[in-house]
Design a protein around this ligand. Structure first.
Ligand SMILES: CC(C)(COP(=O)(O)OP(=O)(O)OC[C@H]1O[C@@H](n2cnc3c(N)ncnc32)[C@H](O)[C@@H]1OP(=O)(O)O)[C@@H](O)C(=O)NCCC(=O)NCCS
Length: 382
């Protein structure tokens, strides 16, 4: 039987929105690859975020010369003008740091709104966004902590710059390495997630790259998406005592509360990023405070998996990431900003891919359910 009404897929579940060769999510096998390399392999051997930027951009792992070039390019592109810094600090005093980042990223854009003639600049504009968004996270953290602006240092890696600016402390080599791995783990996750889909939709209108990334940051902020890392740690903090975790999680599940850090649209096994993050947790969690939070996360995993594993619901990336961010002394309000800084690498490469694929504007349809052909009555007659 044929019908004029297209079938409706809520949340566009199962609807491909792009052809992409950047990353692949295999939700049945629990596998995530960037350009064919598994995230397990990419988070060993001291691999840096800069290497992954090169991998995502070029499609291949960089050699030493190419890596030096990308490092140099990111370092050169980090600079913010005094007014951009002032704007970001001022936004940080008005709103949640994530919204301040969204606003401060938007104002990196040019005064002329006409990207199409400049599309060949996408490579440089993308690199600049990766560099500047990471820098802005540090600027906003300094403002929230009431510290004066102290910018990037020459020769400093992206992870070192972010960690130093966010915490106000000189990071240890271990903490820098772990932040590199966290940045790598969150750098891309196919075209289908809400943030990257948003980036693709905004790109399709031929908008400026800064506007694309700012919009994607807004999508990422939600608790059903990137905001879940902040929400999960807040939940663990509110439970407080690992001994109370089981009863509390059972109560929440009985109340049909959606446990942050649990469940995924695509993964129906444990999220492979969660497994890597647990490896990192075992390296950096030393203080009792984070040990307790991590123990609560493990109890959440056990109780929720027992109840919902048979329905294909398992821990996602955000169940354990907050405990690791906390162990790096990153304030809870900044977890999602780090995710955004990392995912900017994926977003700008999707922007480039979207343009290279012909960039047809997204224009899905709807199934209209409202009234039709009503008789209009002027205001006096109503
Ligand atoms: C990620 C998420 C949005 C996926 O959503 P989805 O594929 O649309 O699945 P739904 O929200 O429709 O949930 C399907 C069922 O599983 C349940 N469920 C999903 N995630 C759950 C969670 N975290 N805790 C408890 N129940 C959950 C829903 O209540 C629903 O049950 P029902 O069929 O009895 O109504 C969802 O799992 C969620 O909100 N998780 C918590 C937030 C989070 O961690 N987000 C980060 C993702 S990386």
């Amino acid at each position: 039987m044929t019908t004029d009404t297209p079938s409706f897929s809520p949340g566009l579940e199962g609807v491909p929105i792009a052809e992409s060769s950047i990353s692949r999510v295999d939700g049945q096998a629990g596998r995530l690859t960037y350009r064919g390399y598994s995230i397990e392999d990419l988070t060993q051997h001291g691999t840096t975020f800069e290497e992954i930027v090169a991998l995502l951009y070029d499609g291949d792992l960089p050699g030493k010369a190419r890596l030096a070039e990308v490092r140099q390019q990111l370092e050169a592109a980090r600079a913010l003008t005094p007014r951009q810094i002032e704007f970001a600090r001022s936004a940080a005093s008005l709103t949640h740091p994530m919204f301040a980042l969204q606003a401060a990223t938007a104002v990196l854009g040019p005064t002329v709104n006409d990207f199409e003639p400049h599309v060949d600049d996408a490579y440089d504009r993308g690199m600049a966004l990766i560099a500047k968004v990471g820098h802005l996270v540090g600027v906003i953290a300094q403002a929230v902590a009431g510290r004066p602006y102290e910018g990037p240092r020459p020769g400093e890696s992206h992870a070192h710059m972010m960690l130093r600016m966010i915490t106000g402390e000189e990071p240890s080599a271990l903490h820098e390495e772990v932040l590199n791995y966290l940045l790598i783990l969150q750098a891309d996750h196919s075209a289908g997630n809400a943030g990257t889909f948003t980036a693709r939709v905004v790109t399709s209108t031929k908008a400026e790259p800064e506007s694309v990334i700012s919009s994607a940051i807004g999508a990422l902020s939600g608790p059903a998406h990137g905001g879940a890392n902040e929400h999960s740690l807040r939940l663990f903090q509110s439970i407080g005592d690992p001994a109370k975790a089981q009863t509390e999680i059972e109560r929440l599940l009985n109340d049909r509360y959606k446990i942050p850090g649990f469940g995924h649209r695509v993964y129906h096994v444990k999220d492979p990023r969660a497994i890597v993050i647990q490896r990192l947790a075992s390296q950096v969690i030393v203080h009792q405070r984070e040990k307790d939070l991590y123990q609560i996360a493990l109890t959440v995993e056990a109780v929720a998996t027992e109840k919902m594993g048979s329905r294909g619901l398992f821990p996602n990336v955000d169940l354990f990431s907050g405990c690791v961010f906390a162990a790096l002394d990153i304030p809870i309000d900044f977890f999602t900003l780090i995710f955004a800084a990392s995912r900017t690498a994926g977003w700008v490469v999707h922007l480039k891919e979207q343009w290279a694929s012909g960039n047809r504007i997204f224009r899905p349809t709807q199934i209209y359910t409202g009234e039709d052909q009503r008789v209009f009555a002027p205001l006096d007659a109503r």
